[in-house]
Design a protein. Sequence first.
Length: 151
Amino acid sequence: MIYSEKVMDHFQNPRNVGKIEDADGVGEVGNAKCGDIMKIYLKVDDNGIITDVKFNTYGCASAIATSSMATELIKGKSVDDALQLSNKAVVEALDGLPPVKVHCSVLAEEAVRAAVADYYQRKGIEKEIPGCSGNCSCCHLHDEHCGGDEE
């Protein structure tokens, strides 16, 4: 499998690794079929700007690289802007991923959305999150009980 230089850089030197103990939003998603688990922590200021973001990912090089890049892309942005992050933007920022690893970028997008959804829930803000059913245990599992399709 051939990875871009950016993927290798973010895998070998991931940015924003760790945990934020007093996070304002936490999102955790996983893919039961491939074993990747991603957790994103957000720190948000009074103006709704993400001032800090950290991640913990258990997974392959692509999972770690996409987590790292996703955190870089949303840091300093508003939580509403973070919701606009797409897996395609993550892939493009990494100069591509092998087709069999694109699911890792989807996981990164979903982890960010889950963290933002948690932030809004903690703040008591009713907000519809695109692509979010509100059932966090179902995120990225694609099973018939959650309305998704088997991969």
